[in-house]
Design a protein around this ligand. Structure first.
Ligand SMILES: Cc1cc2nc3c(=O)[nH]c(=O)nc-3n(C[C@H](O)[C@H](O)[C@H](O)COP(=O)(O)OP(=O)(O)OC[C@H]3O[C@@H](n4cnc5c(N)ncnc54)[C@H](O)[C@@H]3O)c2cc1C
Length: 302
């Protein structure tokens, strides 16, 4: 199966754009904010909360970063105007983190001021390892001024054991995910470079520390075995369902998300939208050969 995934990742440039577009419709709400609002409404009516994600990539000028901040604020306004059960996710690299960290923080402050007025939660996505320390520093700095902000941490990184300690607090919100980026093996927990399951023990350990300390935790995974282990862990610890939620990507493993909702758990769906659908889809595919394999299987019926 892994060979097929690797082949699929190499075949991406040869997959017709129209085919990527067709596949992306399942995973991306559409090109516009109006498309995203429509999709969120459907999900809300089914009982899911959501996180809106404006597709974007690392910017090369501060003017682009400024425009990105405006776009995030438009999303917050739309959430408020349409009474949606939704938060937003932001990518600091799209807000100029790698160009000027102080200016990026000012933009994040602007976004958080607006989110605070709407009582909306903003989660800072965790990007590749060149951003990790900067994003943790950014989170710690803005949490001194704002209460409506969360941070994603990646279980595939060895350093997360140290990073998470100072962030555990009942006022903080963390999202634990396995991690999507292709990183140098030296940063990863043992086995993670070639076996996604090898990350699970570490994922569980981080979630357990969040639950112990009352830190609100988003459990961002589609791994059924891991989900079942987390449910068992929460039951053993006697933790209330309101102290954590499951988070899944739009269009991925829908039977699992429906089962979790049916069991009475909070489930949040991450809803990307925007014009960069081709870039987003192909980047995700290249970054994670396993996902490329899912797409190839969907295209070919293999
Ligand atoms: C809400 C949310 C937020 C995230 N935020 C971040 C972030 O900030 N930073 C970051 O580095 N990563 C982020 N990720 C990505 C995450 O780190 C993983 O790479 C991704 O979710 C796949 O890992 P998994 O835990 O589902 O487990 P895996 O072991 O990779 O996958 C388990 C199973 O899930 C299914 N599956 C997984 N992904 C897909 C897919 N795209 N299409 C179809 N089936 C799939 C497959 O059946 C697979 O066997 C986020 C993921 C989610 C759900």
């Amino acid at each position: 199966m892994r060979l097929l995934d690797t082949l699929a990742a190499h075949a991406i440039p040869y997959i017709p754009r129209a085919a990527i577009r067709k596949i992306s419709r399942r995973y991306i709400a559409g090109d516009t904010l109006a498309d995203a609002v429509t999709r969120v409404r459907v999900l809300n009516n089914l009982g899911f909360s959501t996180t809106l994600d404006v597709l974007g990539k690392t910017v090369s000028t501060l003017a682009q970063a400024d425009r990105m901040a405006d776009e995030y604020i438009d999303v917050l306004d739309a959430i408020q105007a349409n009474g949606l059960s939704a938060g937003i996710s932001i990518k600091p690299s799209a807000l100029g983190l790698m160009l000027d960290a102080q200016q990026c923080e000012r933009l994040v402050d602007r976004i958080l001021d607006s989110a605070g007025r709407h009582q909306t939660i903003v989660c800072i996505d965790m990007e590749d390892v060149t951003c990790t320390q900067k994003e943790i520093d950014l989170f710690r700095s803005v949490t001194a001024r704002h209460g409506n902000v969360g941070l994603a941490l990646q279980a595939y990184l060895r350093r997360t054991y140290e990073d998470i300690g100072p962030l555990l607090h009942e006022r903080n919100t963390l999202r634990i995910c396995k991690g999507i980026h292709v990183e140098d093996r030296s940063h990863l927990v043992d086995g993670a470079w070639n076996d996604r399951r090898a990350i699970n023990t570490h994922f569980l350990s981080h979630v357990s520390r969040c639950l112990e300390t009352g830190t609100l935790v988003g459990i961002a995974t589609h791994d059924t075995q891991l989900v079942d282990q987390i449910i068992a862990l929460a039951r053993d610890m006697g933790v209330d369902n309101t102290k954590f939620e499951f988070q899944m990507l739009l269009g991925v493993c829908e039977p699992l998300r429906d089962r979790l909702l049916g069991l009475g758990f909070n489930v949040r769906i991450y809803v990307p939208y925007g014009r960069d659908w081709y870039g987003y889809s192909t980047r995700r595919l290249k970054e994670n050969p396993a996902i490329a394999g899912h797409v190839l299987r969907a295209l070919t019926g293999l």
